[in-house]
Write a protein that binds this ligand. Structure first.
Ligand code: FAD
Length: 321
């Protein structure tokens, strides 16, 4: 089988239920910006049609193997040998990071992590990063071979057109025989919320120490539900016990890059900005006009959030009605 000279190999995560992860659309969109997207999926052949609908010109389907990560890295290694891509794109998800790191180490490739975009110059594919709390934009390129790039979830807007007649091939995977952790039992966590997941959400409403208590943090959730947004928090809010650590946005929490980020009672410390500064539109409500969050906000309201937010919710509800 032959592949385009500008092939970009895209490893697509799958969910525990066997569907393509949400990150697939932006990974293939990013690949299309710099070359011809060739997808690698580990799982069912049916996933090939889903990958093609998101822009994969060729889909290489590998049968699932035993153990965590190693079968995926074996599949990616076999695919890279066959395709000889100009770059390998992987989601910056928990699984994606592990696959990318192991693959780069195994193939002695250069690894660029947590990119927020990709482009191509005369020498190859370049990864774009937002670092030091979004204060600097950095470009990274490798000097040898194809770069392995993990893409921050929600950071790429580009989407590729659906491919009507994709080439689908079963990938012959050479098992490396490397040791892999195995899963002995799986318990499905009961999802008690209909809110979007924080990682990869299109809209996020976050609350900080300014909320004052766990009970009052409910106002953040109320606004989030009105907007159909995920809920996030600052570390101060997490440390104070208003919400669990899983909600923390920032350097030592989750990095998000939503279309809309609403910060309520958050001062905008550099460690918080590190996890949200690449949001497309930032709205801040804070009673301190000098709070650093206003330096990066597109829209800001200086005021008491307990007065402003209920009015905002009422206005949004009225608009919906
Ligand atoms: P504060 O800084 O106390 O700000 C509260 C804000 O609420 C103030 O601006 C105040 O004016 C406003 N406010 C109060 N009442 C009201 C009201 N009624 N209406 C409107 N506004 C009001 N932080 C993170 O968020 N994420 C991280 O991942 C993270 N990692 C860190 C890692 C390290 C190594 C370190 C040292 C720190 C880290 N931090 C992180 C902590 C960070 O430095 C800040 O302490 C934290 O972000 C502050 O949270 P905050 O903005 O909620 O609280």
């Amino acid at each position: 089988m032959t592949f385009a000279d500008d092939s970009i190999l895209v490893f697509l995560d799958t969910t525990p239920s066997g569907a393509l992860a949400k990150s697939a659309a932006e990974l293939l969109g990013a690949a299309k910006l710099v070359g011809t997207p060739v997808a690698v999926v580990v799982g069912d052949e049916k996933l090939a049609a889903d990958a093609a609908a998101l822009g994969a010109v060729t889909v290489l389907v590998a049968a699932p193997g035993e153990g965590l990560s190693v079968p995926a890295v074996d599949a990616l290694t076999s695919a890279a040998d066959e395709v000889r891509p100009d770059a390998v794109l992987v989601s910056h998800s928990i699984e994606g990071r592990e696959v990318a790191g192991r693959f780069a180490a195994r193939t002695r490739s250069g690894l660029a992590v947590d990119a927020v975009g990709v482009s191509r110059d005369a020498e190859g594919v370049v990864a774009h990063h937002s670092v030091y709390g979004g204060a600097y934009n950095v470009d990274a390129a490798v000097t040898w071979g194809a770069p392995v790039i993990t893409i921050r979830q929600g950071s790429v807007d580009a989407r590729a057109d659906a491919v009507a007649d994709p080439t689908v091939e079963t990938l012959e995977v050479r098992a490396s025989g490397r040791k892999a952790a195995t899963v002995s039992s799986v318990e499905q966590a009961v999802v008690s919320s209909t809110r979007p997941e924080l990682r990869g959400a299109a809209k996020v409403v976050s609350g900080g120490r300014g909320l004052g208590s766990e009970e009052k943090f409910a106002l953040v959730e109320e606004l989030a539900d009105t907007l159909g947004a995920a809920v996030g928090a600052s570390r101060a809010a997490v440390d104070a016990g208003y919400v669990p650590y899983a909600y923390q946005v920032g350097q030592t929490g989750v990095s998000v890059a939503p279309q809309l980020y609403v910060a309520l009672g958050i001062s905008g410390a550099i460690q918080h900005k590190a996890g949200m500064q690449t949001a497309k539109t930032i709205v801040a409500i804070n009673k301190d006009a000098d709070a650093p969050i206003f330096e990066i906000a597109d829209f800001g309201v200086v005021g008491d959030l307990f007065q402003v937010v209920p009015q905002l919710i009422a206005a949004l509800e009225a608009k919906k009605a």
